[in-house]
Design a protein. Structure first.
Length: 212
């Protein structure tokens, strides 16, 4: 089933659940992109991956732009870096609200907004989930696969980066936090995405085994 919407930003009309943002920032950075996408990139929160002034995930910060550049390399993104055009790709955050400078969400903050993240993720219903960083990867593995117990706590993202983990009707491809990328990490995730795009990746729906 495909979504009946042509809205690029906040396609499901969510409202900011809290507003603790600095005056010049948006209260929240909502999901952005192709609501019928097969690929869903999931970041952490605006203070890390950007968008507090643009309102677009994966803009402004070095980490966010590194993820955006990967999307551009495989043809998901084009146009201006602060207002890109996305095709077959959707971007969102585990914690969508902006916070004052130098503040990070607490565990309680993440818990309070879980319902917003889950609702948007389920509405997009993508085939491939690409969580960026340990927080997003942990969340996706716990909620959308049965595989979290197989991995260390905390997650060893250097080992998980650009791997494939099959979950409950989705394929999860974790992305190491860009600020921690080592030589070859960018090339590895680009190569993985190119391989998936060249494959019949839609067969991931309904498969629940682990590979990669």
């Amino acid at each position: 089933m495909r979504n009946v919407t042509d809205r690029t930003s906040n396609p499901f009309g969510l409202r900011a659940p809290v507003d603790r943002s600095d005056p010049e920032d948006r209260a929240a950075v909502f999901g952005y992109g192709d609501a019928n996408a097969d690929f869903h990139v999931i970041g952490d929160y605006p203070g890390v991956h950007g968008g507090e002034t643009t309102g677009v995930p994966f803009t402004e910060t070095a980490a966010g732009l590194a993820v955006q550049d990967v999307a551009r390399a495989v043809g998901f993104a084009s146009g201006p870096r602060d207002d890109p055009v996305l095709e077959n790709c959707f971007w969102s955050y585990v914690y969508l609200c902006s916070l004052p400078a130098d503040e990070a969400p607490t565990d309680d903050d993440y818990a309070d907004l879980e319902r917003f993240f889950d609702a948007e993720l389920r509405a997009i219903n993508a085939h491939i989930l690409l969580p960026v960083g340990a927080r997003a990867t942990d969340r996706v593995l716990r909620e959308y696969t049965t595989q979290r117990r197989r991995y260390d706590d905390p997650l060893e993202m250097d080992a998980l980066h650009a791997s494939e983990i099959r979950g409950r009707g989705v394929l999860v491809v974790p992305i190491r936090e860009p600020s921690e990328w080592a030589d070859g990490d960018r090339e590895a995730i680009v190569a993985r995405l190119e391989a998936l795009l060249a494959s019949d990746y839609r067969q991931t729906k309904g498969v629940a085994t682990t590979v990669g």
